[in-house]
Design a protein around this ligand. Structure first.
Ligand SMILES: Cc1cc2nc3c(=O)[nH]c(=O)nc-3n(C[C@H](O)[C@H](O)[C@H](O)COP(=O)(O)OP(=O)(O)OC[C@H]3O[C@@H](n4cnc5c(N)ncnc54)[C@H](O)[C@@H]3O)c2cc1C
Length: 285
């Protein structure tokens, strides 16, 4: 199918983009177009105006800035995957990016688009939660900052008004002695995850001082697993990951049954992936 007719505006500044959004009322931003265009073609969305943000200068960058890394919303997936700054500070994110779709899609898709779209099985919302990201959001009236944990509301639903645009994602650097793990199962390379788990473990005096576990594909939104994180504090994982931790991960999942896998299979899988990711993070830390 072809999309319904729309007016097309090429914004050359964030100010112009948000003014166009505010004026139209039912406009949509187009970034990489990799999720939006299929939805337009299926007429799941019929905006009267598309605001193209691809020509806005200085909206695509990865910058080190003291204790944080700043990422422009228009930064393509492939740039994140190949960024030396990301590889140095967040190797877990470098690893995750290789699992996002196919290279052709990674060449177009953007971090701002992926987070705003919030597919329940996408990797970037999980990584934003894992890495305690903050999103900078601009409208014609105000600028605000939202923590990733407050941004994702439901499947394909985020804390973003019609006239707002995500401009920047800020990732605080990880503590020293942090190990990481990332595990995903998809039916074919490049498919959305049936389940994926990402982990960081920061050690102090040889024991876990900070644990973060995030998962995707097993609930309406990506999730952190606070109970499992709490259970890990003070532990060593030389003898493997405790069954209480794995059960806490499975209990936090609400996996769907669909064409690709049953709910029970996904719940089992997310526990297996969590055990593997935790073991990898422990050995790296
Ligand atoms: C075949 C296929 C396989 C895929 N597999 C995966 C996968 O395995 N894992 C995965 O994570 N993703 C996957 N994707 C999705 C891909 O990562 C998309 O690029 C991404 O979800 C959306 O990014 P985009 O820049 O293309 O956004 P667009 O499609 O341009 O926009 C998506 C939505 O976000 C809004 N938006 C875009 N930018 C902003 C902004 N800065 N501020 C506010 N709103 C904004 C748009 O209005 C729209 O509602 C796949 C896509 C395809 C086509």
């Amino acid at each position: 199918m072809k999309p319904a007719a729309f007016e097309y505006i090429v914004a050359d500044s964030v100010e112009m983009a948000v003014a166009s959004l505010a004026q139209a009322g039912d406009a949509k931003i187009i970034a990489g177009g990799q999720s939006l265009v299929p939805m337009l073609n299926f007429r799941l969305l019929r905006p009267s105006v598309l605001v193209d943000i691809n020509r806005i200068p200085d909206l695509a960058y990865v910058r080190e800035d003291g204790g944080v890394i700043r990422i422009g919303a228009l930064t393509r997936h492939h740039r994140l995957e190949t960024s030396p700054v990301i590889a140095r500070h967040f190797p877990v994110l470098t690893e995750a990016m290789a699992h996002v779709a196919h290279l052709a899609i990674r060449n177009r898709g953007t971090i701002g688009g992926s987070l705003s779209h919030a597919d329940p099985a996408a990797e970037l919302p999980m990584m934003a939660l894992l890495l305690d990201a903050e999103l900078r959001i601009v409208s014609s009236a105000a600028t605000r900052t939202v923590a990733a944990r407050d941004f994702f509301r439901d499947a394909l639903s985020v804390d973003l008004a019609e006239d707002e645009i995500v401009t920047e994602i800020v990732l605080p650097k990880l503590p020293p002695n942090t190990g990481w793990g990332f595990e995903e199962v998809a039916r074919r390379s490049g498919d959305f995850a049936l389940a994926a788990v990402a982990v960081t473990l920061a050690l102090s005096d040889g024991r876990i001082a900070q644990a973060r576990i995030a998962m995707t594909g097993v609930a309406p939104t990506a999730r952190r697993v606070a109970e499992a994180e709490r259970l890990l504090i003070g532990q060593r994982l030389d003898d493997g990951v405790g069954s209480d931790v794995i059960e806490a991960v499975r209990a936090a999942a609400e996996p769907p049954t669909d064409l690709h896998a049953s709910s029970d299979y996904r719940r089992h899988l997310v526990g297996v992936l969590a055990a593997r990711a935790l073991a990898a993070a422990w050995s790296r830390a």
